[in-house]
Ligand binder design. Structure first.
Ligand SMILES: [Ca+2]
Ligand SMILES: [Ca+2]
Length: 112
């Protein structure tokens, strides 16, 4: 094991302690968001970078398929369409069924 940063250990237990069941009823939106936020910090990316990464067609919004692929690449979880739409609903402030960069910032609690 390489050096482990103190304080990270507790958070990582959630994802690494066991098999992550992304396809069950146990799936939990807040946990998915926490993982996304954690991945962001691990990769040392800003929310803007993450957004540009997810927004495959660069139209300034993230739709369902983009979110699905983005989470798959970023977190490694393959989410169901139902789970994706739960995330979009939770993030989507202006109700256009897409996530814009401001909504993503709010959702991930960017502190800048
Ligand atoms: Ca897009
Ligand atoms: Ca929106």
């Amino acid at each position: 094991m390489p050096l482990q940063r103190v304080g990270e250990e507790k958070k990582n237990d959630l994802g690494r302690g066991g098999i992550v069941q992304s396809m069950t009823d146990e799936w939990d939106l807040s946990e998915a968001m926490a993982k996304l936020s954690e991945a962001l910090h691990e990769k040392d990316m800003s929310v803007d970078q993450l957004f540009n990464d997810f927004d495959a067609d660069s139209d300034g919004t993230i739709n369902g398929p983009e979110l699905h692929n983005g989470i798959k690449d970023m977190v490694g979880d393959v989410l169901s369409p139902g789970q994706i739409s739960q995330i979009i609903k939770a993030f989507d402030v202006n109700d256009d069924n897409r996530i814009d960069v401001g909504e993503l910032r709010t959702a991930l609690g960017e502190e800048e």
